[in-house]
Ligand binder design. Structure first.
Ligand code: PEP
Ligand code: MG
Length: 655
């Protein structure tokens, strides 16, 4: 047996997806591999056990392997554990929505205090005939198996398990299954094949219980263990375990479960709980809505409902008997409201909501890929705010005309060491290529004591938002700043890269950045490395910058207004403090006055100005911004179609 000590570097630890990938890798070796943290250990080939071990980023673990290929197994598994991105981009098993998908398609829980309402799990209103899905409760037969028949009982369980797995594989290959569905079904297949789960069932059979009883009991125990884990995502996996063990028990009993295959067109699926397993078998295009008394926003059924645009309310407080008796159900997956057998007024209101949402969706869809032009003929660039390469796909799909703000902080925060110049050059180049010929505006590192980064020592500050951050820190740390500037100069040969400097308060800072850029260029030239000639712009987000805009405009190719910080600094109202949220308003006259100063200065100096704070996506403010002369709006990808539509409806008198 050989042993290796490693530190978990996988981003956010070995949660569901990386755990499944890790197990897949472990299974490619014949050796027995165990992973331990302190006195707790798990078989590296069991994703169930591994998830329950809940290994977090930064924890020290030991890997032990025994078998012919033990050294190779340890090498591969240790490398996996020490790789921050491991398991995240490899087409893993459990899909996690991107930040933008989450914000667009999922509304956080809002308490509906009375009635049958519940957790808003997938946006949209729906009304239709109830289709009850209440599978029979399986009773454990509690049959005693004689010692000499135990092996045969285990053999029978294994055959049933093979049939269950085959049926899952069949549903994965069905028409209309999206890649996301397929990944979820794959997670179920993993559970069905999991050595720990099979082992748990076998051990119960060995105590002399029949296979059905053993399956139900082991499934219950394992599901309960998942439910005790202090992690919403892993807790929700209890549902997978219950789904798979139920399917196995039914297979053993030779019974078929209640069938979702017969859901009529336009029905609302009503249930206590729907497992991903059941849901995968349903004709998804027929389902108008989903209402369950169990489940929450991270349940697989919620993820699948969002993927397919099916409105859903889970964790409903509806009484089960009332739910079974309901003929018609109405719900709103955005608010969590539910009505059983709604009266005519409610039914009419919900039908109107359904029709309005359909119209809004259709209308917005056609705006995704257009170049928005105001009624007076000005073309406006609507770009995306991104923080990682993973968001490129959703941004392009939403119709992003380039990137108006690439926040580079994440690249630094997700690593244990500073990202190298080469690594950064590759990332910025990939962005440039993805959006060419549109611009990609990369903001240089904007970080302070509130978000520490490995490799940069931040002193304790009473108020980090007014402290050593953004360009202030970067100018003091050329060892951190120059590799980023060099990477940007190199990436500029691959597309339309622009550089933007955050937290500027005076022209001297910009001139010092320019001097550093010239130094970087000279060093790259001397080394024979090709460089581009990216524009340098200023992020306008401090009151000082707004007041000195006329001076700053002489030193910049463009301005981009960061309304998030500009608002908090102009209004002296912390953007993170809900108690002063009323003051933290981008539409306050003082903030709009600051924006006007910036736009006037830009116009006089002949440079363009954009907005990359949250306010850029607001349909009520876009007309004001365009009237002030703003030419580019940058926002979360999900907001792009609506912003494009708003632009096309604006008349700009006198322009
Ligand atoms: C801003 O301040 O408006 C902005 C876009 O940047 P961030 O939100 O990253 O501070
Ligand atoms: Mg800012």
């Amino acid at each position: 047996m050989i042993e290796r000590h490693v530190t978990v570097r996988v981003k956010e630890g070995l949660h569901a997806r990386p755990a499944t990938q890790f197990v897949k890798l472990a299974k490619t070796f014949v050796s027995d591999v165990q992973i331990r943290r302190g006195d707790k250990g798990a078989n590296a080939k069991s994703s169930v056990k591994l998830m329950l071990l809940g290994l977090k980023e930064g924890e020290d673990v030991s890997l032990t392997a025994e078998g012919d290929d033990a050294p190779a197994a340890l090498d591969a598994l240790a490398t996996f554990i020490e790789t921050p991105e491991a398991g995240l981009d490899l087409g893993g098993t459990v899909p996690l929505a991107t930040a933008d998908e989450r914000s667009s398609s999922f509304t956080p829980r809002r308490e509906v205090l009375s009635g049958p309402g519940g957790v808003p799990a997938s946006e949209g209103a729906a009304i239709g005939p109830a289709f009850g899905f209440f599978p029979e409760v399986l009773q454990a037969p509690n049959r005693v198996v004689a010692t000499e028949s135990i092996e045969a009982e285990i053999e029978m369980m294994r055959r049933a398990l093979d049939a269950t797995t085959a049926s899952l594989i069949g549903s994965k290959l069905k028409d209309g299954v999206t890649p996301q569905d397929a990944q979820i079904i794959e997670a179920l297949i993993e559970v069905a094949r999991d050595a720990e789960m099979i082992g748990a069932v076998e051990s119960v059979i060995r105590t002399g219980k029949d296979a059905v009883t053993a399956t139900l009991q082991a499934g219950q125990d394992l599901a309960a263990t998942f439910e005790r884990v202090d992690n919403d995502y892993i807790r929700a996996r209890a549902e997978d375990v219950r789904g798979v063990t139920r399917a196995l028990a039914l297979e053993l009993l030779g019974k078929a479960d209640a069938n979702l295959g017969a859901v009529p067109e336009g029905a609302i699926l009503v249930a206590e709980e729907i497992s991903a397993w059941d849901f995968a078998k349903a004709p998804l295009q027929a389902i108008a809505g989903i209402l369950c008394t169990k489940g929450a926003a991270t349940s697989h059924v919620a993820i699948m409902a969002r993927t397919h645009g099916i409105p859903a309310v889970l964790g409903s407080r509806a009484d089960l008997a009332a739910l079974r008796a309901a003929q018609v159900v109405a719900l709103d997956g955005k608010t969590g409201e539910v009505w059983l057998d709604p009266n005519d007024t409610v039914a009419t209101e919900i039908r109107e909501r359904v029709a309005r949402e359909a119209r809004e969706r259709d209308a917005l869809d056609s705006y995704r890929q257009i170049i928005p032009v105001t009624r007076s003929g000005q073309a406006i660039e609507v770009a995306a705010n991104l923080g990682s390469l993973k968001e490129i796909g959703p941004a392009l799909k939403a119709g992003a005309m380039g990137v108006g703000l690439f926040r580079t902080e994440l690249l630094f925060m997700e690593r244990k060491v500073l990202p190298s110049e080469d690594e950064q050059a590759e990332i910025y180049a990939e962005l440039a290529r993805a959006f060419a010929p549109y611009p990609v505006i990369v903001r240089t590192l904007d970080i302070g004591g509130d978000k520490p980064v490995a490799g940069i020592e931040f002193p304790h500050e009473e108020n980090p938002f007014l402290g050593w951050r953004g360009v202030r820190m970067c100018l003091d740390r050329p060892d951190v700043f120059k590799p980023q500037l060099k990477a940007l100069l190199r990436a500029a040969t691959h597309g339309n890269i622009k550089i933007m400097v955050p937290m500027v308060t005076n022209a001297d800072e910009v001139l010092r950045v320019k001097a550093l850029l010239a130094e970087c260029r000279a060093e790259l030239d001397a080394a024979g490395i090709p460089v581009g000639n990216p524009d340098l712009g200023i992020m306008m987000e401090t009151p000082a910058a707004a007041l000195l805009a006329a001076d700053l405009a002489k030193h910049a190719a463009f301005f981009s207004i960061g309304t998030n910080d500009l608002t908090q600094y102009v209004m002296a109202a912390d953007r993170l403090n809900p108690r002063v949220a009323d003051l933290n308003r981008a539409d306050h006259p003082a903030v709009l006055r600051a924006i006007e100063l910036i736009c006037d200065a830009a116009r006089q100096q002949g440079i363009w100005v954009g907005i990359c704070g949250e306010a850029a996506a607001r349909p009520d403010l876009i007309p004001i911004f365009l009237r002030l002369g703003v030419k580019e709006l940058s926002m979360s990808p999900a907001s792009i179609p609506r912003a494009k539509k708003t632009v096309t409806e604006i008349e700009l008198p006198g322009l």
